[in-house]
Design a protein around this ligand. Structure first.
Ligand code: UDX
Length: 454
């Protein structure tokens, strides 16, 4: 099938590359010509494991351009995967979505096209996109667009760091439209994933025991709500274990064991019960805020989702409180942060707890040293004014530090020469913000080990 993807961020680029790998003819459009040039040269503008390899393998079926006229006209399916960043009042800014819908209306020229909202958009946006495409088409072509296209929603559930795996070996595929024909087109598009008939890349082996991928084929509003409800549920699962973690700490329970003990109940599940500093990233904060805002538009409140946000906010404050309890005075102290990215295996700093924590510590008069194995360059570009000491290595962060905080549980931090690090520090205190380190081992090396819960 001929596929056009508008927007080459995490979602668009992953989706485009995977669909090209599956044999579809894909054109990715992005208004950022620098990004397009990089992609044409075979370079990935984002850090995502295995993406360069898959881009290379899919390259015969993959084109990149900044020009709508090169991808939109004869496409069977057009994905809108542009950013919907939060605006000043917290609601998603839809200007890129609007521009994409207008561009599609201006350029599409086939008997039938499915326009798919892949970006996370407010519930009801499918209808809105449809009306913009229609108006733009009629304005530019001078005739009615009615039977020539329909709008569908196809939310993504990929996690940064495992985006390709999550796309190729999805837990489920959700497609929503009020037009049966577009559901059939999308069913054909996703068939290789649904039936798992493609040859898996050698570096992304098919997980053992994976069978057919379930398809949820539904109406537009349900598909849109599924996305928000899923992300909010994951966010509140994390906040729940963090709330229980506070109690665990008081009663002397081990939160990791508690999480395992409850998670092995198949009704609960073990995943997303990792207690710690809490969630960051581009999705959970934005989507929980949007869900609350949408509920309010209908005169409803969403107290469970609100509580999940509040608990998450407090987790970051607890880092400062714990350091204060330990060091008594924060002014003049040197605190080292290990990890800046909002989670391992990405260089994404959006809503990253490290930024918040660094700011709070600086406000308290601390000197803050930071390190991240991958996100340093991005950090310098995004936060040039944040007054921290950027270090090349974790060892340099430890030098003369009064305490270290593990903010992002990068694999390499587990393997650090901790014994040596302890000797470099002024006081060997480690606050394990992800409960990811070996308490017994670190204590043996002379560390005062503090978990975030329990
Ligand atoms: C999320 C959703 O998982 C994905 O389905 C959606 O499409 C986009 O948003 P992402 O933000 O990439 O993906 O990362 P995710 O792995 O969900 O982690 C989000 C945050 O939660 C990270 O900061 C992570 O450190 C934190 N987290 C995750 C926990 O604190 N505990 C956990 O148990 C799991």
């Amino acid at each position: 099938m001929k596929v056009c993807i508008i927007g080459t961020g995490y979602v668009g680029l992953t989706t485009g590359t995977c669909l090209a790998y599956l044999g579809h003819e894909v054109t990715c459009i992005d208004s950022d010509s620098k990004k397009v040039a990089m992609l044409r040269a075979g370079q990935s503008p984002i850090y995502e494991p295995n993406l360069p390899e898959l881009l290379a393998e899919a390259s015969p079926n993959l084109r990149f351009t900044a020009d709508y006229a090169e991808g939109v006209p004869k496409a069977d399916v057009i994905f809108i995967a542009v950013g919907t960043p939060p605006s000043a009042n917290g609601s998603p800014d839809l200007k890129y979505l609007y521009a994409a819908a207008q561009g599609i209306g201006e350029h599409f020229d086939s008997d039938y096209t499915v326009v798919v909202n892949k970006s996370t958009v407010p519930i009801g946006s499918g209808n809105w996109v449809g009306s913009i495409v229609r108006e733009s088409y009629e304005q530019h072509h001078g005739r009615k667009a009615d039977k020539l296209f329909s709008v569908a929603s196809n939310p993504e559930f990929l996690r940064e760091g495992t985006a390709l795996h999550d796309s190729l070996f999805a837990d489920r595929v959700v497609i929503g439209s009020d037009d049966q024909r577009s559901l059939e087109v999308l069913y054909s598009l996703y068939r290789p994933i649904l039936d798992q008939t493609f040859t898996a890349p050698t570096y992304l082996p098919r997980p053992e025991g994976i069978g057919a991928v379930p398809l949820i084929s539904t109406d537009l509003a349900s598909a849109e709500l599924i996305k928000y409800a899923a992300n909010a549920f994951l966010a509140l699962k994390i906040s729940y274990i963090n709330e229980i973690g506070q109690l665990a700490e008081k009663v002397g329970a081990d939160i990791t064991q508690v999480a395992k003990g409850i998670g092995l109940d198949a009704r609960i599940g073990t995943r997303f019960l990792q207690a710690g500093i809490g969630w960051g990233g581009s999705c959970f904060g934005k989507d929980t805020a949007a869900l609350i805002a949408t509920a309010a538009e209908y005169g409803l409140s969403a107290p469970i989702v609100e509580a999940a946000r509040e608990i998450n906010r407090r987790q970051r404050e607890r880092v400062v409180e714990k350091l204060l309890a330990e060091l008594k005075i924060l002014k003049g102290r040197t605190i080292g942060l290990l990890g800046l990215a909002f989670k391992p295996n990405t260089d994404d700093l959006r809503e990253a707890p490290a930024i918040d924590i660094a700011r709070k510590l600086i406000e308290r008069g601390c000197k803050v040293k930071v390190h991240d194995p991958v996100a340093m360059e991005k950090f310098l570009a995004d936060y040039p004014d944040l007054a921290v000491v950027r270090c090349e290595t974790a060892e340099a962060v430890a030098e003369d530090a009064d305490a270290l905080v593990l903010v992002t549980e990068w694999h390499q931090y587990r393997e650090l020469p901790w014994e040596e690090l302890a000797t470099r520090m002024r006081t060997p205190i480690i606050l394990d913000g992800r409960n990811a380190l070996d308490r017994v081992r670190l204590t043996r090396f002379g560390f005062r080990y503090i978990g975030i819960a329990g």
